[in-house]
Design a protein around this ligand. Structure first.
Ligand code: C2E
Ligand code: MG
Ligand code: MG
Length: 706
């Protein structure tokens, strides 16, 4: 318990009770209190005064010289040795020098004492000491953080703000206003000058962060947000601030800085965009697509139902477009396709370009396989509409694969991979179609990959073999020529028919070499046979041309060169093209056909009736021969309508001065019907299947008549 030592004289005329009252009041102060007279001797004090200075009891006496008090303070062991001791003594002396303003002093033990000094008349003075350690520490912390923020923020470029929470006035520095392109006089000191300009999407976050700091939950306030400039453009900024608190830790003020982040945000957004988008189409790339799929997966897992699908789409024969039209138009086409797909699925759905001519769609909200497939088919139909590229109308088709979400999926990659497998399946089943993923496809994909690798080596290893199927003249009943049909002796899988590898050869570009080999081989064989079994008219040979070759720039030159090398007459070569090949690019088709015609080479329209079956272009394109697909031929005998179609095709062809080959003739009945319809040629198992060179030669030597 401290006790006031108040000189009786000062309160003598007020009586005992006043004296006691004063004494207990002085004792109860948390401050230390001492009165020194003009000769700097102690006259009155309370215990707290000595307690705060941590001085021994023998000093607590009247008339104690201030100098002795200093000495005692300085001599105390815990002041440290030497210079430090002297320095401390000087410091202490200053503590009590009259003209010196109130200041802080740090004494050993880590406490901070604040001194207030009030001079009295007659040269004496009153000293009050307060322990301000806690407050001082808080302020030191504040200074430290402020320094940190001063360093962190960009000095001169930052706007400053100071919000007095008691009066709710907001000071904004000229730089703050300049950042928002606001004139000094346009801005008041209402907090709404700032808050009212915050982007609606950011205001909630800003308020929450501000409140949480004011409530003391966060050591500082920091918030990236957008503020509207006077020109209504939004500016990305970061606001940083620190609250100033009263003794009860209540925030009374908060002040800080505002830094313009527009450049940084822009660069960040740019970098992010570049990292996550395909530079050509600006569509999300594989990484972003997978991220979206992963999000959809997480949602589906939470909802506990399968509700979305991943669609992988690959343009059919895109390489051809690139090769024949050039990369620029190829690029344009990809952009066009991307835009069309985005338009089809609508906003909110993700269309991505994972690479090459592949696109991917995240189909949200799909009820099941039936709905997913229907949607994929609508999408393919939409894709199949002509696209205008540099003034031309291009028709592209695509093959699509679908993977429906199953809870067993854990990784987005797996879903996309499965969709891609299904897409490969769609391609191998004839393209321009959609397939659903099935686990059995895993093996299938591997199979395709190996096959592709093998195919690249097939020619070099002499694994290809050309077969010949006789084309019989229905007028003479004799072999008029052959259709050459390629086979592949696969080292492990045996003899493969073209349906098992031509599509792959087209997709991989190997078809170019295969086609050249086939043409060369066909012409070479035919010349030998024609020499050994001369006939009048001479034999013809039909060579199938893939769409991929058809789009090759120097196709006609190459064919003409091969012909002259092998010594085969152009007029005895017939190139077979399918409708699909022509429809890809009718303008180019017309151009090539006229070039071939000019070189004297014959052209046949193969598989007529299976593709677009549009008769209109037959007028425009100069075919010599039309080959009726075996689907019509085989249906003729039992389906009246098929017979009528064949009759109509024959009439039309003859009108256009084309002759007709009926494909897939297997029965005598079909042969009779075709003869009755004046069909010129027939081909099929009835006469002979595709034969190897030896067997074909044997057939010629027999000179058979049907
Ligand atoms: P394509 O040009 O329509 O050839 C006729 C196909 O029908 C051949 O199948 C042939 O074996 C088959 N065929 C012939 N007569 C009959 C018959 O009476 N009944 C039945 N059921 N089928 C018959 P292949 O040899 O499997 O060829 C399939 C397709 O592969 C060809 O159809 C052709 O488009 C393509 N192809 C064949 N060789 C080549 C080639 O060297 N280059 C290119 N690009 N494609 C080729
Ligand atoms: Mg053919
Ligand atoms: Mg055919």
């Amino acid at each position: 318990m401290s006790q006031a030592r108040v000189p009786p004289t000062s309160t003598a005329d007020r009586g005992v009770s006043d004296d006691r009252l004063l004494r207990s009041a002085v004792d109860s102060l948390t401050q230390g209190f001492a009165v020194f007279d003009g000769s700097r001797r102690l006259q009155a004090w309370n215990e707290r005064f000595f307690d705060l200075l941590d001085l021994p009891g023998d000093l607590r006496r009247r008339d104690l010289a201030l100098a002795d008090l200093f000495r005692s303070l300085a001599e105390r062991g815990d002041f440290g040795p030497g210079d430090a001791e002297e320095a401390t003594a000087r410091e202490l002396e200053r503590l009590f020098q009259p003209p010196h303003p109130a200041h802080f002093h740090l004494i050993p033990g880590g406490r901070v004492i604040e001194r207030l000094l009030a001079p009295m008349t007659g040269g004496g003075f009153v000293v009050t000491l307060s322990d301000v350690t806690d407050r001082r520490r808080a302020e030191l912390r504040l200074i430290e953080s402020e320094e940190r923020y001063a360093l962190a923020s960009d000095g001169a470029n930052d706007g400053l703000w100071d919000w007095n929470l008691a009066t709710n006035r907001l000071y904004l520095s000229p730089r703050w206003k300049a950042m928002l392109a606001l004139a000094e006089e346009d801005v008041g000191d209402e907090p709404s000058e700032w808050m009212g300009r915050v982007h609606p999407d950011d205001i909630e976050k800003l308020s929450a962060l501000l409140e949480s700091h004011l409530a003391g939950h966060t050591p500082h306030f920091e918030c990236e947000h957008r503020v509207r400039r006077s020109d209504d453009q939004y500016l990305w900024v970061v606001a940083r601030g620190l609250a100033v608190r009263d003794g009860l830790r209540r925030a009374t003020r908060i002040a800080g800085s505002l830094t313009d982040l527009t450049d940084r945000k822009y660069r960040e957004a740019q970098a992010l965009h570049v990292a996550l988008h395909d530079p050509l189409t600006q569509l999300p790339n594989r990484a972003l697509f997978l991220d979206r799929v992963a999000q959809a997966m997480a949602r589906a897992k939470r909802a506990g139902k399968s509700s979305f699908a991943v669609l992988s789409l690959d343009l059919d024969r895109f390489k051809l477009v690139n090769d024949s039209l050039g990369h620029h138009q190829g690029d344009e086409l990809l952009v066009g396709v991307g835009a069309r797909l985005s338009g089809f699925v609508g906003a909110g759905q993700t269309v991505a370009r994972p690479g090459g001519d592949e696109f991917a769609v995240l189909i949200e909200e799909v009820a099941g396989p039936v709905e997913a497939r229907a949607l994929a088919e609508r999408l393919l139909a939409e894709l199949g509409q002509p696209i205008a590229i540099d003034g031309r109308q291009l028709v592209v088709t695509g093959s699509a694969g679908l993977a429906l979400y199953e809870p067993s999926y854990d990784r987005a990659e797996d879903m996309l991979r499965d969709a891609e497998l299904a897409m490969y399946r769609a391609k191998s089943l004839g393209k321009a179609r959609a397939e659903l993923f099935h686990p059995s496809l895993h093996g299938h994909a591997l199979h395709l990959l190996t096959l592709e690798n093998d195919l690249r080596h097939a020619i070099g290893r002499k694994e290809l073999q050309l077969f010949f199927q006789p084309v019989v003249s229905l007028k003479t009943g004799r072999v008029a020529g052959f259709e050459s049909l390629v086979r592949w002796h696969h080292p492990r899988r045996g003899l493969l028919g073209p349906n098992e590898f031509i599509t792959l050869a087209e997709e991989t570009g190997v078809i170019g070499q295969i086609g050249a080999w086939v043409l060369e081989e066909a012409c070479r064989r035919m010349r030998t046979w024609q020499a050994r079994f001369p006939s009048e008219p001479p034999l013809t040979v039909s060579v199938n041309l893939s769409i991929r070759q058809f789009n090759q720039i120097d196709l006609v030159t190459e064919i003409v060169e091969t012909l002259s090398r092998s010594g085969w007459r152009p007029g005895k070569l017939k190139l077979e093209l399918t409708e699909t090949a022509l429809m890809q690019n009718a303008t180019r088709a017309a151009h090539i056909l006229s070039q071939l015609k000019a070189a004297g080479i014959g052209v046949s329209l193969d598989d007529f009736g299976t593709g677009y079956s549009s008769l209109s272009y037959l007028h425009a394109l100069p075919f010599d021969t039309l080959k009726i697909d075996k689907a019509f031929v085989s249906g003729m005998s039992y389906e009246r309508s098929k017979l009528e179609i064949v009759r109509a095709i024959l009439l039309l062809a003859h009108n256009l001065k084309m002759d007709v080959v009926a494909e897939g003739v297997e029965t005598i009945e079909q042969l009779a019907q075709l003869r009755a319809l004046d069909c010129e040629y027939a081909q099929g198992y009835l006469f002979a299947p595709p034969l190897d060179a030896e067997a074909a030669e044997q057939l010629l030597s027999e000179n058979r008549k049907w």
